[in-house]
Design a protein around this ligand. Sequence first.
Ligand code: CP
Ligand code: NVA
Length: 318
Amino acid sequence: MASASSGLASKLSSFSKNNFLSSSDLNTNQILSLFELAKQLKVGNRRIDLGNRVLGLIFKKASTRTRVSFQVAMARLGGQTVDLNPQVTQLGRGEPIKDTARVLSRYCDALAIRTFSQQEIEEYAEWSSIPVINALTDLEHPCQALADYLTIQEKFGELKGINLSYIGDGNNVANSLMICGALLGVNVNICSPNGFEADSNILEKARSLTEFGSKISICNDPFKAAKEAQVIYTDVWASMGQEKEHLKRKEIFEQYKVDQKLIDLADDSVVLLHCLPAHRGEEVTEEVLEGKNSSVFDQAENRLHVQQALLAVQLGGL
Ligand code: CP
Ligand code: NVA
């Protein structure tokens, strides 16, 4: 046990105090070691006490899973979180990020930030002397992708060569799935309507990370994508900040609804994932979300374990 723990510590020490702004901030070995640590924490084989460390939460968008899993993860590590909601801090009145970041670095040990632009989170990281964690931007949702692949590893016992088809909007969740999947040897196919494909720069970035032979592709045919899938993943058609486009998108995305017909095209044991919150009757039907192939609540639970592992590493607790 002691040697297994110290082995993990040495594999992960290179990530101590690092930012986690993009799925590409971790390498393959670090991700797999984080999963090992997350699984140890999950089954209670490992206790880590960081001793009164504080994580600041700056959330400009709504959140249930990310916010609460970070709060609980810190509590389990013997630390705590402080809510730095822009509505109740000077951020909401226009205090610059460069000042806010330097002040908060004197009080907190890490910051988890959910906001709109990736550039904003990068600016926080530039001015902070403590680790900054991307808790979702319009471009990426890297903590989500860690939980997603941990769940897939638990279901299949491996990651390399697994075929994941993401059917829906080429959004932040899809982007992080591509990058993290590339690092883990997963074949990721992002299937979206014309004009809603995943970000081309992220696609290129993911393809540059495929040293373990994964195939990262985009397509427009949901039936073909479903047929090839061992994992079918979907997310909302209109993300936070796109509410005005909701009705228009509902028409455009209708063919991309993950319903029983689509699930039946895939292998009988296909795993359905969704980052949640779900819009039942839109991107996924009630029948499928609640059906035998759905692992969405195991997936949501893994947010906690993998983020607890991430914080333990970033805050130097190993
Ligand atoms: N999946 C996810 O990030 O959920 P929340 O928006 O509730 O945090
Ligand atoms: N793509 C969604 C994910 C929510 C967890 C959004 O950004 O709103």
